[in-house]
Design a protein around this ligand. Structure first.
Ligand code: NAX
Length: 328
């Protein structure tokens, strides 16, 4: 058995938090040899509901689950945390514009970044799920300047998984047959799914799905607007699929990505593909021994480059707004 890993979930009483906790407790994230300790952070009004989730976790009798703490105190929630899944965020309410949302959530991630800096373990690795995820991750990182910047990620794996799933469905194969695709840019509808280097089995995606119009049109639109389609169908936003993607991201970070494949992550850019340094945009990456490296040297067609630039520009615009608000 490995040493226990302490994992903080913020927004633990919410829809994604509820789905996440059970997957983590059952070993779905870190494997069957790693016990886990959960720290569940909520706002005071939702602590009771999070306590209910903690009772259900206990009732799951998970052999790997060593300890569960529910709290509304960020200091206690991040104390000794090795991993953090930052899901808790304020939803957009009627009458709120984008900058109101950014201000409300920016304040949350600024405070939680400080709590991570002061209380988390030295090896803390953080994944922001709460929207706007990429900019919230930048705010979190800025509030914890002593923690290495590459430890702050935003979730783009759901976008990645959605792209894999659409391709697999179209080709009539299982999702496991699809490899080497990724999604550039922002977790918004400006995101840019890229199949240029992708494979389905041993064939290129473009050979396996001989339908350029679908690949360049409907496929891209379906992936980028999938969140809205789920809300339309379910009457609520993606929850289990978002939790599953967050689990995939953290599992790969800890245990490594599949041999011969890459996935999508969003972490502070080190200038790869001309993305400005520090910008948290989706890029292709491989994980080995707990470290990510961005896949470099992929050729980008001019039309794709333009769309990536537009999505990155959107991210920079969000960052500029956060800077104006004094939280970045
Ligand atoms: P819910 O509204 O069900 O849950 C959010 C929870 O966060 C609530 O229980 C709330 O009390 C809590 N919370 C609010 N402020 C907090 C704070 N300061 N500290 C701790 N907890 C706090 O939303 P849910 O469906 O779980 O979605 C959570 C977030 O994920 C939203 O921002 C949503 O937009 C975002 N998503 C991000 C995705 C991604 O791919 N990056 C996809 C799914 C999802 O849309």
């Amino acid at each position: 058995m490995n040493a226990p890993v302490r994992i903080t979930i913020t927004g633990a009483a919410g829809n994604i938090g509820y789905a996440l906790a059970f997957r983590i407790a059952s070993g779905g994230m870190l494997g069957a040899d790693t016990p886990v300790e959960l720290r569940m952070l909520e706002i005071p009004q939702a602590v009771r509901a999070a306590e209910g989730t903690a009772m259900e976790l206990l009732d799951g009798a998970f052999p790997l689950l060593r300890d569960v703490v529910v709290t509304d105190d960020a200091t206690a929630a991040f104390d000794g945390a090795n991993m953090a899944l930052l899901v808790g965020a304020m939803p957009r309410k009627a009458g709120m514009d984008r900058s109101d949302l950014l201000a409300a959530n920016g304040a949350i991630f600024n405070e939680q970044g400080k709590a991570i800096a002061e209380n988390a373990a030295d090896d803390i690795r953080a994944l922001v799920v709460g929207n706007p995820a990429n900019t919230n991750a930048a705010i979190l990182r800025a509030a914890a300047p002593d923690v290495p910047g590459e430890r702050f990620h935003a979730l783009m794996r759901l976008d990645h998984n959605r792209a894999v799933a659409q391709l697999a469905q179209r080709a009539g194969v299982s999702a496991g047959e699809v490899s080497r695709i990724h999604v550039w840019g922002n977790h918004s509808n400006t995101q840019v799914p890229d199949v240029a280097h992708g494979q389905i089995g041993t064939k290129s995606v473009r050979d396996a799905i001989a339908d350029e119009a679908w690949l360049d049109g409907e496929f891209v639109r379906t992936v980028a607007t999938r969140g809205a389609a789920i809300i339309d169908a379910r009457g609520a936003s993606s929850a289990a699929s978002a939790a599953s993607a967050a689990i995939d991201h953290m599992r790969d970070w800890a245990l490594g990505t599949r041999e011969g494949d890459w996935v999508t992550i969003a972490r502070p850019s080190q200038g790869e593909y001309g993305i400005p340094e520090g910008c948290i945009a989706g890029v292709p990456a491989i994980a080995r021994d707990g470290e990510w490296s961005v896949v470099t040297g992929l050729e980008l067609a001019p039309a794709l480059r333009q769309r990536i630039d537009a999505s990155v520009a959107e991210l920079q615009d969000e960052s500029a707004q956060a800077a104006q608000l004094g939280i970045l």
